[in-house]
Design a protein around this ligand. Sequence first.
Ligand code: ZN
Length: 317
Amino acid sequence: MSFKDVIGQENAVRLLTGAIKRGRIASSYLFAGEQGIGKKFTAVNFAKALNCLNPVDFDACDECPSCKKIDAGTHPDFLVIESEGEEIKVDAIRKLEEVLSLKAYEAGTKVVIVDDAERMNIHAANAFLKTLEEPPSGSLIILVSSSPDRLPETIRSRCLRINFTPLSPEACATVIEKSSRKHKDIQLLVRLSMGRAGLALKEDLIKERDSVIEALSSMPGGKQPWGDRKDMEKWFDTALLLLRDMAVLKITGSADELINKDIAEKIKDMSSNTALKVIINCYEKFLYLRNSLGFNLNKAITWNYTGSIMEELKSHA
Ligand SMILES: [Zn+2]
């Protein structure tokens, strides 16, 4: 893979290849934008392009030993840091410091990618800040984050920010089509993923949606299904799409504009006896919860509160 394989992020790729061409690479970048739209994929290809032994138009050749080693995760000058559970801990940052402090083995640029960078805990962030303030020469740090606002301002301000945008429906469909997984309804996946093709590839969005419908219908009550915050975010995103569709069906009386077109009958059942303003009110409360998840809401309390919102919705039936 190389920059050529990045779909729907032309602006970001243009900025990065431009920087390579002019030999003006910042020492740290922040790749910001929603989950599943190609930020980390672009970061890996940036590392490949910078270290490629045989670059083609400032892009990686995808065949030389350096490109192959980065793909295999065995390149000594390349490291990806990910969270352990909910957090990136200080140990991971120590590892980053170690890689960056050594002389590059292969005379290229040492690249460290910190995925879900907003998950750095306070100790990790403090340690990391020191590295950012005095970046070793010939090194590059790329922070990848779907919630850049949760990063400390001291860290954000030291990185060159590149914004990634959700994919167009066409680009999203292309990513899904190119994947090796078999998909029976690409257009449905495009709508459900809302331009976040990576989600459509990694997860079974249709199954996920069906389980959210089941949970919503049995509320209040039921067992809360969330593992971590990302699960909660996805759950609320799905629930919001369903409530959105209930409102749209109420307003337009037609299934044409629905995201969940394939289950229009079900959406109709869920909304037929409820007034539009009750649905909208419920949507706003869900949206508020969704936007508050960054504050580490207690799962059990959130589940109960969600149940009480649904109870309200149903009691107006
Ligand atoms: Zn190469």
